[in-house]
Design a protein around this ligand. Structure first.
Ligand code: KIV
Ligand code: NA
Length: 264
């Protein structure tokens, strides 16, 4: 099938076709993911935790993301490549533009950044300059110091209202995609219905337009970090890396993953 494009993502949402996303950090895993049905690959700053062994994503730099983006880009034929703007590389529009140029020149086709608030100006600045942006709301891991840990977001009524307003605002600012992390299923479904851009859930229930998992979690690798409720080991089910990808892609597309046991 044809390579993914940014406009095709919105078209998939209109047609009700689910988007299948995984993180990857190197060419060989990404090759298998791409060959067996993954639509989007994310070079997540989760690499700080699962590749570099840190306790958070804060030590990750633009150069680190560039290195892994370039490696993954060499092996993709079909999947759209999204790369994270790491901690504070998006603190101002100008910094975010410089970092995004580096990521796109390494092979990324979209950049992802966490939050709304002052980040709305950053999203607008990048998208006006034809840099596709994926927003990320809910549990934003770069906010771990402020949150005091990795916790489900949007649980009370005021927080849910704020999250809904932020989701509408990132879409209005020009984001092409929205990751919702650790958000109650009903709230994520409501946001998905309310906005025109596709939502990608991780710990956000089955009502999103697509799903993402971290490569190591999806393969059941013990990273030394606490394993969240939404994680499922697809290697156990698929029997091989290729089989795991096929099982995950099929489960996302038929709506059987995530189920209630893997949601909030
Ligand atoms: O860094 C990452 O892997 C992410 C996903 C969990 C969405 O941001
Ligand atoms: Na990330």
């Amino acid at each position: 099938s044809k390579p993914w494009t940014v406009p095709a993502l919105a078209e998939a949402k209109r047609q009700g076709r689910k988007l299948v996303m995984l993180t990857a950090y190197d060419a060989s895993f990404a090759r298998v993911f791409d060959a067996h049905g993954v639509d989007l690959i994310l070079i997540g700053d989760s690499l700080g935790m699962v590749v570099q062994g840190h306790d958070s994503t804060l030590p990750v730099t633009v150069d680190h993301i560039v290195y892994h983006t370039a490696a993954v880009a060499r092996s993709l034929n079909r999947a759209l490549l999204v790369a994270d703007l790491p901690f504070q590389s998006d603190a101002t529009p100008e910094r975010a533009l410089d970092a995004s140029i580096a990521l796109l020149q390494a092979g990324a086709e979209m950049v992802k950044l966490e939050g709304a608030g002052h980040k709305l100006e950053v999203i607008r600045f990048l998208s006006e300059r034809d840099i596709p942006v994926c927003a990320h709301l809910g549990l934003t891991p770069q906010s771990v110091l402020k949150f005091g840990g990795y916790k489900v977001q949007g649980r009370d009524e005021a927080a849910a209202r704020q999250l809904k307003a932020d989701a509408a605002a990132v879409a209005a600012a020009g984001a092409s995609l929205l990751v919702l992390e650790c958000v109650p299923s009903a709230l994520a479904a409501e946001i998905t219905q309310a906005i025109g851009i596709p939502t990608i859930g991780i710990g956000a229930g089955p009502g999103c337009d697509g799903q993402v998992l971290v490569q190591h979690d999806f393969l059941g690798i013990d990273t030394g970090h606490r394993r969240p409720k939404f994680v499922k080991d697809f290697l156990a089910e698929g029997g091989s890396i290729a089989g795991a990808v096929q099982a995950y892609a099929a489960a996302v597309r038929d709506g059987s993953f995530p189920d209630a046991a893997h949601s909030y």
